[in-house]
Design a binder for this molecule. Sequence first.
Ligand SMILES: [Zn+2]
Length: 401
Amino acid sequence: MTTCCCIIPDYLLNTIVEKGTAPQHIVHACQSTLEKTKLLQSSRVEAIASAQRQPPSEGIIPPYIHETIARTAATVEEREAALSTLTHDAKRRTVARPTRQLNRTVYNSQHSWDDPPPRDKIAIKEGGALISEAEDPTKDANECYIGLKKTYDFFFKFFQRNSINSRGMPLDSFVHFGVHFKNAFWNGRELVFGDGDGIIFNGFTDELDVMAHEFTHGVVQYTSPLDYTFQSGSLNESLADVFGIMVKQYAENPDNPQTVDQSNWLIGEGIWAAGVNGRALRDMKNPGTAYDDDRIGKDDQPAHWKDFKKLDISQDSGGVHINSGIPNRAFYLAATKIGGYAWEGAGPIWYKALTSGKLGRNATFKEFADLTIENAGKHGDEIKEAWQLVGYPFPDSRSEL
Ligand SMILES: [Zn+2]
């Protein structure tokens, strides 16, 4: 099973290597990133597998037991005691807010390739001062530290989620991983950022949507650990983009956040270095149009099920970064049909589907779409229409993977 949740797909790096039109040292660096990524992928299966679904925030005695006691109580006292417990539990479930437990540590990997990365060099610890430009001219550690807070705050404020596992999981992250490593990833325990090369790829820490994308892979792992292959992998990728774009829309300027109409719906807008013909890594509004460059190839994301790419497991783990264009566009359409701020409209519906406990590891597009429709409340029509515009109802068969 492939479980690397990297922001840059292998096929893109492969294209750079195969075309060979980039400077030779860049081609070699891409080759090296690919090789290192394969090693990293195999080492993190265990971390992902060990993640536990979080138990629901319920008391040990389920409500239906108290309801039965109240209904069958022999005395008025027993009945009132059961009813009062029910009322108390319901109130607690309604008003219980998670404790805020932001706990960041940014480590400097100092270009080590070790995974897990070494922890001997702490750049910034929670509550500590930002580091000076002399110490880190790239500002990666500072950007990472600030971006983690913005992402944590977004999930806490709008989804009452206390960190990746909603139990205050420490946010350990690593900057300056490897040498010219052209990727960022969630390794099942930590967020890891390479430096890029400055020729094709800029760094990754200054993009809030990239930060939130990797953070969300962690959230998916702890809520509905979708297998990172085929359609379930595309859903995993898409969910990371969905929450990534919402963090970008809100947190780039929380005093004046973007509505769904103001957003450009671009993921990884600053990833490409100057001279690369690309607006971003992905475009949720118009999948398949984010880049087109001799050195890196053309954005190949479909925007509709009719263009779904049937790929085998060796090709982008069955197309996880490619076919995610379809659910990405569904979210864009749903969010714009509802209007306003995405985290008040379509966002909570996607979050409910993600945390419903009903999303299987090998969920299909159809199953996920049905879950969002089921959780859409008064927006059922808009959500269904959004999915229909990208091909719903999709063939609900795993033979169509
Ligand atoms: Zn990803």
